[in-house]
Design a protein. Structure first.
Lengths: 231, 231
DNA sequence: ATTCTTTTTATGTCTGCTCATAATAGGCCT
DNA sequence: AGGCCTATTATGAGCAGACATAAAAAGAAT
């Protein structure tokens, strides 16, 4: 019969997922070829292919030409973290957002920063984000002026955070992020209004454009703040 | 001419990405319809569709039937965190892995845990993961015995961590994760061999199967450990 | 037996074409 | 104006057939 309707590849996808979950297709084992599955489900090979592509993207199966498709030995699970603007994050929590720039100037960077940007001219900025008047996040940032010369304009980050300006103006091609827990140093503690040694959630984020690294930011979150991810 | 070769949709994808990055297609603006792009690129509509589907999945564009495709106002960026087994994470860092079970028993859970599992019978377990002999991660876990009755077998987690057993046996349908920075409490500090109040990276992870919540884990990472994500 | 070459095969992708679906836009009636 | 109905249209999905590509398997040559 006509099959199709409103989601044929999804039916294949779900059934395959069920079989994997039910161990009908065991971890590491080969599963039938696309042509065989197409015949079994009474659909075109492309439709099975679509379902399998989604499963592969989710890490549930591994596919190789000629070798065939096998169930992932250990499904590599991924968690997704939505990266909101800090302003939106704070406003979503129902608190009033405000922002204060501590400084922005072209400056020579320390070696660990230089290592990522090479010989580029760099703008350094520091700022605090407040939630309901209380300091929530301390932001320290380096911006590649060779790639983003517009960032050097004086007073640019007085009212809008560097992050928001960059989101609107910087091309994006990828990046990395690292999260750790660190004891607040004296300067950080003073800026955030917490005791020295208080546990901060430190997020370091390097953003790359197609032509190279654009910005490196370190966000120190005050104790009590959480990052939520989905998996 | 024949075009194609090894990735025609990828060429469309990359060119679209370039135009978005270069603001040739402005945020919020409609972009040409699939048919128009297909003509421009000299390929089939399905090929353009494939490229656009990937861009939509990446959050760069938003598509609606009839309304057309528009560039996302503010590209929702997200970072991907690969969730490895703690053993693999430690071994990948070049340290010797070992593991000690502190206890595993059926137990009544405190209200915040009950809130997630409802009336299910729960197994509680606690364990430490060592990297090169030094405590690295303290793991406290609740397992839904109604969904995973096999977890109740005595001695099961003596040599293999609950996490590894669950990865192999528990069906997976989704979950949530939260990361925060917390000061080590007395008991945690003693178990991890750090000073009370030391900054720990606390990861709480709830894993759901198709029939309900399977396990809730809290991993307290010793100071100095980092979580790396890609964006 | 080992190494090189050829065949085979499963996936990856493209093309044209058809139909389905959702939402807008326009027309019609009150 | 306001509300309802219908036509239009961009995306979503499917099918059959074709060719491309990578890798395994089989065969040939040393």
């Amino acid at each position: 019969m006509t099959a199709a309707a409103r989601g044929d590849w999804r039916a294949v996808h779900d059934e395959a997922m069920r079989r994997i979950g039910a161990r009908e297709w065991k971890p590491g084992a080969l599963i039938p070829a696309e042509t065989a599955l197409a015949e079994e489900f009474g659909c075109a090979r492309a439709t099975v292919g679509r379902a399998m592509r989604e499963l592969a993207a989710a890490g549930l199966i591994e596919r190789r030409r000629k070798a065939g498709t096998r169930v992932a030995e250990r499904p590599v699970r991924h968690a997704r973290l939505a990266i909101p603007l800090i302003r939106e994050e704070i406003e979503a929590a129902g608190a009033a957002y405000s922002y204060a720039l501590l400084g922005a100037e072209e400056r020579a960077a320390p070696p660990p920063v230089r290592a990522r940007f090479g010989e580029a001219r760099l703008l350094h900025s520091a700022a605090i984000h407040f939630a309901g008047g209380a300091p929530a996040v301390l932001e320290e940032r380096w911006i590649n002026l060779d790639l983003m010369p517009g960032a050097a304009e004086p007073g640019l980050f007085e009212t809008e955070s560097a992050n928001e300006w960059l989101v609107r103006h910087a091309p994006f091609a990828g990046g990395e992020m690292a999260v750790s827990s660190e004891a607040a140093e004296a300067a950080e503690a003073a800026a955030l209004g917490v005791a020295p040694g208080a546990p901060l959630l430190a997020v370091e984020r390097l953003t790359r454009g197609p032509e190279g690294p654009v910005t490196l930011a370190r966000l120190a979150h005050a104790p009590g703040r959480r990052m939520r991810l989905e998996l």
